[in-house]
Write a protein that binds this ligand. Sequence first.
Ligand code: SAH
Length: 214
Amino acid sequence: MYKDTFRHKGKRQQLVDVIIQKGIQDRKVLQAIGKIPRHLFMDSSFEDHAYQDKAFPIAADQTISQPYTVAFQSELLEITEGENVLEIGTGSGYQTAVLCELGARVFSIERQRELYKKTKAFLSKIGYRPKHLSFGDGYKGLPAYAPFDKIIVTAGAPYVPKDLLGQLKVGGRLVIPVGEDVQIMTLFVRKSPTEFDKTEFGEFRFVPLLEDKN
Ligand code: SAH
């Protein structure tokens, strides 16, 4: 049922080349993009577009992020093997799979029940084993499993949720697109229990991180 052909592999390598040209350098991130069958994370009607560097619709009015964006955020996280990583917005599970390939112990939260269920079943079918997939509100993080080495938000946040900063280890990194219509990719590094370094990168566009709908 899940086919990954030479044609898919060839297109995937071209996608990796495009992402390299756009400036991604992290070898492990590039390997992950080159390995993961993105076409399986999308509706079969979009399959032909799976290896273009574009976001596409998935279920429940949501999108699978653009590969360059996934690579950019993953590179900023600087993941090493065995780290605990929290993802907000499981969506299709594609970013989750990238985090798994990078050797992270992945915890991910999705607020759309339909997507949560579908993606949970799908990831396990294709052999990805995140530590914990959760149905709930990402603004609150996952206090039961905190603190995390790294946190990644994959929806546009109107502001930086306090709970997420609070669930970061000292030395940990939070990568979050902040803004309403357009988002500024923002990196927070926790320097001490009370201090964070903040660095801003370019503009990106995400579906919104939604509040209070559970
Ligand atoms: N990482 C995903 C990106 C999906 S788009 C991928 O690679 O496919 C963003 C996702 O965030 C959507 O699935 C949306 O339902 C989810 N989302 C929006 N607000 C949320 C919230 N408050 N908590 C958790 N997930 C949320």
